[in-house]
Design a binder for this molecule. Structure first.
Ligand code: SF4
Length: 555
């Protein structure tokens, strides 16, 4: 239809030609020709690949100091090397939304070290500890994505930190930013009795081929991956997940899920219904990332995750595009994996398939220090082991423990503050970074979580049910607010005297990775279900007591 034939809209003046309708702006998808940046984040990435900033850090900023850093590098490209400026101390959560970025930030950085699959040997563990003590004021949090997160890092120290990390095979490349983040893996990959295929080789190959590759370093937003045989990662909260499945005709392989993500518009990943053999996992992974890069929405940051594309296309179209445009072949249909009746966290003593044991232990809310990790390395070595794994629940495992040394190891871990037989509270509580260091935070999380666990251990020591409590400092849900029994979203709430104070919106009854009958899903967010931070321990205690009073046989 010619433009002049378009009927005039009611608002058009009589006698004047009808206005040309505005072309839809589109979503900024590269594959549809939108190559011009539609927002400042896209502009920064287009102007200079963020991976290039490392050269400037090493050769300019590390010598000239914080004040010399270009703001676009500081608040944009630095993230591709795991660096965020940390929050200035003493700024309360009420000012988070009103201050400019430069007013919120300190001259120190948070630095994330990616530990793909969560796998560390003793040399790596000792190096993490050494860097923590020398450059990070003894901080070294275990994140819920199996990363190590330092604080108090100075830009001047980055060249030496990279040199030391890389000397033991660790890196910070693309630990943050709009790129492929750490690949989650089962903490018991290669040792679990129930595992039919160890996917570690696929994780390693993905990291080797694609991390740091400029073909994949400019994505619409972050891209989260999980590859495990067992259901022991929060796979449904990832952009892509491969989960072990035994195909009746083709044998063990992986079931592919896409489009998960939490944050402010939470969605669970969906099955594509295909079976992927181990050797093809890296290619299929690259195909899905390619779709995200080319078709992902880039106009609005809050719509730029893969989940929105999957929701709009549906899985049938997604599979068709993956097969036709990215893989050039049809994929095999596959069965759904069996899901356990509750999430697996590996805490405690368990037998490996080679007869030795692995021991899962809990720090409190993932908070450990470099000194503690150095002691851990000594304890682990003294008990004949050389391997440690980080879990996506802010916990850690020691592998390969001879049965005769296991109880001694459990005692040794306890002696350095890591508990292999923790209370339900310590076992199930996670906390994000929160207001101590995070510029987006509205409330305190880590110290609050430590206090919460201590008080609940005192008051309800014998609580015998599995319970998950996820404490988040703002709506971004880094500690997975929506998928906990008790999910806490940080915000200001009205205190008893009518003033705004730190508190939480409460989500109840969420969960991931569970079989039919206890299906995964988001917790209910009920209007009015809020608590102040101060009242949180009493609030959780009341919920727990009500649950105990009302639970049914076997629940
Ligand atoms: Fe920061 Fe919010 Fe994420 Fe917590 S949930 S780490 S406060 S962005």
């Amino acid at each position: 239809m010619a433009v002049s034939e378009i009927p005039a809209r009611s608002g058009d003046a009589p006698g004047r030609p009808a206005r040309t309708p505005r072309r839809p702006r589109g979503e900024g998808q590269w594959a549809l020709g939108h190559r011009e940046p539609l927002n400042p984040n896209e502009r920064i990435k287009k102007d200079d690949d963020p991976l290039n900033v490392r050269d400037r850090i090493e050769n300019i900023y590390a010598h000239r100091g914080f004040a010399s850093i270009d703001p676009q590098d500081l608040r944009g490209r630095f993230r591709w090397w795991g660096l965020y400026t940390q929050r200035k101390a003493g700024i309360d959560g009420g000012r988070t939304a009103v201050l400019e970025p430069h007013e919120l930030e300190d001259e120190y950085f948070m630095l994330r070290v990616r530990v793909d699959g969560g796998q560390l040997d003793l040399a790596q563990l000792r190096m993490i500890a050494e860097i923590s003590r020398e450059f990070a004021r003894d901080t070294a949090d275990i994140t819920d994505r199996q990363n190590i997160q330092y604080h108090w890092i100075r830009v001047e120290d980055m060249p030496e930190i990279w040199r030391r990390l890389e000397s033991v095979g660790l890196q910070t490349t693309e630990a943050c930013g709009d790129c492929p983040r750490i690949v989650l893996g089962s903490p018991v990959a290669g040792v679990a009795e129930a595992e039919l295929v160890d996917p570690t080789s696929a994780i390693d190959e993905i990291v080797r081929r694609y991390v740091g590759d400029k073909q994949y370093s400019n994505l619409p937003r972050k891209f989260k991956s999980s590859i495990s045989w067992l259901v022991d990662t929060p796979y449904e909260a990832n952009d892509i997940a491969f989960l072990g499945v035994d195909h009746p005709d083709h044998g063990p392989g992986f079931d592919l899920w896409v489009g998960g993500g939490l944050s402010t518009n939470p969605m669970l990943a969906q099955r594509l219904g295909v079976w992927v053999p181990l050797a093809e996992v890296p290619d299929v992974w690259a195909g899905v990332v390619g779709i995200f890069r080319d078709y992902g929405y880039r106009r609005l940051r809050h719509r730029a995750r893969l989940k929105f594309l999957v929701a709009d296309w549906g899985v049938a179209k997604f599979r068709e595009v993956l097969e036709k445009e990215y893989l050039g072949r049809t994929m095999l249909d596959g069965p759904a994996p069996e899901l356990p009746d509750k999430p697996i966290d590996h805490i405690g003593v368990h037998v490996q398939r080679d007869g030795r044991n692995y021991v899962g232990a809990a720090p409190v809310v993932g908070r450990v220090s470099g000194s503690q990790l150095a002691q851990l390395a000594d304890v682990v070595e003294a008990h004949g082991s050389g391997r440690v794994r980080l879990t996506p629940y802010q916990k850690l495992l020691v592998l390969d423990v001879p049965p005769g040394r296991t109880e001694s190891l459990v005692d040794g871990l306890r002696g350095i503050g890591l508990e292999a037989r923790p209370s339900a509270w310590r076992r199930g509580t996670m906390a994000c970074t929160g207001i101590e260091y995070c510029k987006l935070a509205i409330v305190e999380t880590k110290a609050l979580g430590e206090d919460l666990v201590a008080r609940l251990e005192q008051r309800l020591r014998d609580f015998d049910a599995d319970i998950s409590i996820h404490i988040n400092g703002c709506p971004n849900a880094c500690a997975r607010t929506q998928v906990a029994d008790i999910g806490l979203k940080g915000q200001l709430v009205t205190g008893p005297d009518g003033r705004q104070v730190e508190g939480f919106q409460v989500h109840l009854g969420g969960g991931l990775g569970m079989a039919e009958g206890r299906t995964s899903g988001f917790g209910r967010k009920l209007r009015g279900l809020k608590t102040t931070a101060e009242e949180l321990p009493e609030y959780v205690e009341r919920l727990a007591l009500r649950y105990l009073a009302g639970r049914t046989e076997g629940e």
